[in-house]
Design a protein around this ligand. Structure first.
Ligand code: PEP
Ligand code: MN
Length: 351
């Protein structure tokens, strides 16, 4: 349930409500807004009489959250969550682009990719060092060496880094290098990983599972939120359907569906969503037009020689052209995208 406190509720009244809920075995998540405090109470007894809280001093309203996910729901938080990363925010007016290779492969490859990303005005470098591959014989990533390359390139180009963490034992290591931790599609239902990430204070990029419904995806985000990490960004990356002409079927409709059900930002990955380079730009344009809060795109200096996901990785020129197109589309729906690339370029060259 959600307990909305009155604007003039005192701290004592708020504490009294919290204590009452805790006594009834609820976990209480407090959110203090500019005007009002809202308490999200999860767990507890299903038959609990909300009237007991309604009559308490300082309480304005008690709402039952009927969705199975609670903290992720719009009922709990009617205003959008905005996740701050470095000097920008995901979930605000600006559409944030995260781009880079599928995997970190060599120092030169990471540097060239990062230079392209920074030049285009994108804000974040993506790249995997721990790779979840369908075959155990495929390239599995460079591990810590890859993380080091990615971090160094980000520092040179003033980019933030998003990279995947595959299991609980890697959280500490990956967290030392990354600004945002990616949970891959195959791990969307790795509940022990999600629980542990709830204890972290690093923002999480939670990909949609390969065959997950939107409700299952939101329930996975709930594991992280329930642990106290409120910086969760969802990533639609396509789901498996009967259609063989694309690697996955990118669910563009997930964007408005999520925005209605949840306050969490949603970004779109048209690279894994289609699996084919020539389909990435049209789907990226569609995602921005449909209201995505960001994009995750694979770009590689030499995609034909990529050690993973070459067929869906864009050439640098293609990616830069796409960014120019997105700068035309975003304002049409009242958003900006990757402002001030020139200003950043100047800052880097004078560093
Ligand atoms: C990736 O981003 O390279 C990746 C492996 O993504 P997903 O988990 O969506 O397949
Ligand atoms: Mn990939």
């Amino acid at each position: 349930m959600v307990v909305v406190m009155q604007e003039r509720a005192s701290e004592d009244q708020i504490q009294h409500v919290i204590a009452t809920l805790v006594e009834r075995e609820f976990d209480v998540h407090r959110s203090t807004g500019a005007l009002k405090t809202v308490l999200g109470a999860v767990g507890g007894n299903r038959d609990f009489d909300t009237g007991l809280i309604e009559v308490m001093d300082g309480v304005q309203q008690v709402l039952r959250i009927t969705e199975p996910y609670k903290l992720a729901s719009r009922t709990f938080r009617p205003t959008p969550t905005v996740v701050s990363l470095g000097a920008f925010r995901i979930g605000g007016d600006e559409v944030i682009v995260m781009a880079g290779p599928c995997s970190a492969e060599t120092e030169e490859q990471v540097e060239e990719a990062a230079a392209t990303v920074a030049r285009s005005g994108a804000k974040m470098l993506r790249g995997g060092a721990f790779k979840p591959r369908s075959s155990p014989y495929s390239f599995q990533g460079l591990g810590e060496e890859g993380l080091r390359m990615l971090r160094a390139a980000c520092d040179r180009h003033r980019l933030e880094l998003v990279t995947e963490v595959m299991d609980v034992g890697q959280i500490e290591l990956v967290g030392r290098y990354a600004d945002m931790l990616q949970v891959g599609a195959r791990n969307m239902q790795n509940y022990s990983l999600l629980r542990e990430l709830g204890r972290s204070r690093t923002p999480i990029l939670l990909k949609r599972g390969i065959s997950a419904t939107i409700e299952e995806w939101l329930l996975s985000s709930e594991y992280v939120l329930a642990g106290g990490n409120t910086d969760v960004v969802l990533c639609e990356r396509g789901i498996r359907t009967f259609e063989p002409y694309t690697r996955n079927t990118l669910d563009i409709s997930a964007i408005p569906v999520i925005h209605k059900l949840s306050h969490l930002p949603v970004v779109v990955d048209p690279s894994h969503g289609t699996g084919l380079r020539d389909k990435v730009a049209p789907m990226a344009r569609a995602a921005v037009a449909a209201g995505a809060d960001g994009l995750l795109i694979e770009v590689h200096p030499d995609p034909d020689r990529a050690r993973s996901d070459g067929a869906q990785s864009m050439f640098p020129e293609q990616f830069e052209r796409l960014m120019a197109e997105l700068r035309i589309i975003a304002p049409a729906i009242g958003r900006s995208i990757c402002v001030e690339p020139a200003a950043r370029r100047a800052a880097v060259s004078h560093a």
